[in-house]
Design a protein around this ligand. Structure first.
Ligand code: PBG
Length: 327
């Protein structure tokens, strides 16, 4: 007996068929919008390398969070840019620091409608731009940095953060933060750990946005090496979960979809992926030149990240996607 030719195209024939058999769905509630808030600016300041993204004022960040909430976006994550930076990143855990003030504002405005998160790191706050305290030799001092992270976690929780996102890749950071939060009575504040974070060129535009490019050296002694296998990422995620991480994250997303898949298959907690600034800038720049179809590229990128296994996607397009393309 001869079989008819296989016809995979049968289910691709019409838009209705394609929609019926689609398996990956980008829901607005799975998206998290990163927001930059800068101290001492009177107007939102455009970020040249991230067209469409701004450094917000306290007022405009509240409005952007409200807009995201109205669109059904799942969460926002705040990054602060202080007016004054120093060696220990003093503004990071100052109760009057810009991110703490903005957190309180945003929680008051939309804290019931979406999840309010804070990036927990030092690089936006240090004058040297590294994610931790430095030794006399200029190395990043892991354990001394953990004490700063613990203090920042308490300041962010006191300001109303519902989730803190440690992004500095110090060993033991999740345990230090969980211990501090529990000790401060913030047992309900969750930790979304940047567990597998690679030393990536694709953070370039972010460093313009957060004004945090390292003043010397790079982050290769604490962030992961792209040439390592995804197994290292799985190990990092497992360590973070053992230390108390509630959500684990892979970052960047697009060059690391194998890592997203490996982590998603290995762990039982929710997995997030960060569609980073360089990924955003590539699409925006190419689209501005007419070199690709912006709308399709954005949707394809975020769909691919979800297909790889991320349940949560941090993306600068979150509000736009929610308004225009999701259910
Ligand atoms: C560190 C941090 C970075 C990003 C998020 N948190 C920068 C870095 O590690 O250099 C990058 C995000 C992006 O590129 O969109 N606090």
């Amino acid at each position: 007996m001869t079989f008819p030719t296989a016809r995979p195209r049968r289910l691709r024939r019409t838009a209705a068929l394609r929609r019926l058999v689609a398996q990956v769905d980008v829901a607005a509630s799975d998206l998290v919008l990163p927001l930059f808030v800068k101290e001492g600016v009177a107007e939102p300041a455009p970020i040249v390398s991230m067209p469409g993204v701004v450094q917000h004022t306290r007022d405009s960040v509240r409005k952007a969070a409200a807009e995201a909430a109205a669109a059904g976006v799942g969460g926002v994550i705040l990054f602060g840019i202080p007016a004054v930076k120093d060696g220990r990143g003093s503004a990071a855990d100052d109760p009057k620091g810009i991110v703490q003030l903005a957190l309180t504002d945003v929680v008051a405005e939309v804290g019931d409608a979406l999840v309010v998160m804070a990036d927990l790191c030092l690089d936006e706050y240090t004058d040297h731009g590294h994610c931790g305290l430095l030794t006399a030799d200029g190395d990043v001092d892991n354990d001394a940095t953990l004490e700063r992270y613990a203090s920042i976690a308490l300041a962010q929780a006191a300001a109303g953060a519902q989730v803190v996102g440690p992004s500095g890749m110090m060993d033991g950071q999740v345990a230090a933060i969980r211990t501090a939060l529990d000790g401060g009575g913030y047992t309900d504040v969750a930790i979304m750990a940047y567990s597998a974070k690679y030393a990536s060129s694709f953070y370039g535009p972010f460093r313009d946005a957060a004004e945090c490019a390292p003043q010397f050296g790079d982050r290769s002694s604490y962030q992961q090496d792209a040439a390592r296998s995804a197994k290292e990422a799985v190990a990092e995620a497992r360590l973070d979960i053992a230390e108390g991480a509630d959500i684990v994250m892979v970052k960047p997303a697009i060059g690391y979809l194998d890592v997203v898949r490996a982590v998603a298959d290995a762990v039982d907690v929710p997995v997030a992926a960060y569609n980073v600034s360089g990924e955003y800038a590539m699409v925006e720049a190419a689209a501005a030149n007419g070199w690709l179809d912006r709308d399709r590229a954005i949707r394809e990128m975020v769909t691919s990240i979800k297909r790889a296994g991320a349940g949560i996607v941090l993306t600068y397009w979150a509000t736009e996607l929610a308004q225009r393309f999701t259910r």
